[in-house]
Design a protein around this ligand. Structure first.
Ligand code: GDP
Ligand code: MG
Length: 175
């Protein structure tokens, strides 16, 4: 455990995106290497932490989950406060969740620090046959908006560590 560990940095990263795109399962996979098929919609703001080494420094990632607020468009400014990173998550089998990314990005940029590092995540890549968002569409959006981009599966643990490690490393690089 990290009981006696000296923490060099704490990085707050927020997860945003429509309901049911897989935010909570991405966090469960990253923080605890778990996945649950019938994850309940979460109530109340929550975060989880994971400590990792970046460039020989101990970084505590504090990852916030919207906890059901996405249904009411009620993500508050407290949620974004102090965030140095954000993951904008859509479900690659649900076109609408991708089309909403522009709205989430606008909301994020309205609340967060201007230097925040943002990564676009197309989750559920294990459901390839149901794909509704071509990789190129997402790449184009990410390039235009200056976002990192990755396709992930929380279910199969594809690219989840890589995505979090990439955003945390970039945050570390620019601080
Ligand atoms: P949230 O509302 O964005 O937090 O979404 P959840 O994490 O609660 O996930 C919503 C549903 O999608 C749940 O039934 C999950 O089991 C499922 N889910 C999440 N991630 C994946 C994934 O990578 N692949 C598949 N096939 N299902 C997923
Ligand atoms: Mg959730």
């Amino acid at each position: 455990g990290d009981y006696n560990q000296k923490i060099d940095y704490v990085f707050k990263v927020v997860l945003i995106g429509d309901s049911a795109v897989g935010k909570t399962q991405l966090l469960a996979r990253f923080a605890r290497n778990e996945f649950s098929v019938d994850s309940k919609a979460t109530i109340g703001v929550e975060f989880q932490t994971k400590t990792l080494l970046i460039d020989h420094k101990t970084v505590k990632a504090q990852i916030w989950d919207t906890a059901g607020q996405e249904r009411y468009r009620a993500v508050t400014s407290a949620y974004y406060r102090g965030a140095v990173g954000a993951m904008l998550v859509y479900d690659m089998t649900k076109r609408q969740s991708f089309d909403h990314m522009a709205r989430w990005l606008e909301e994020l940029r309205g609340h967060a620090d201007k230097n925040i590092v943002i990564m676009l995540i197309g989750n559920k890549c294990d459901l390839g046959s149901l794909r509704a968002v071509p990789t190129e569409d997402a790449q184009e959006f990410a390039q235009r908006e200056n976002l990192f981009f990755m396709e992930t599966s929380a279910l199969e643990a594809t690219n989840v560590e890589t995505a979090f490690f990439t955003i945390l490393t970039e945050i570390y690089r620019i601080i």
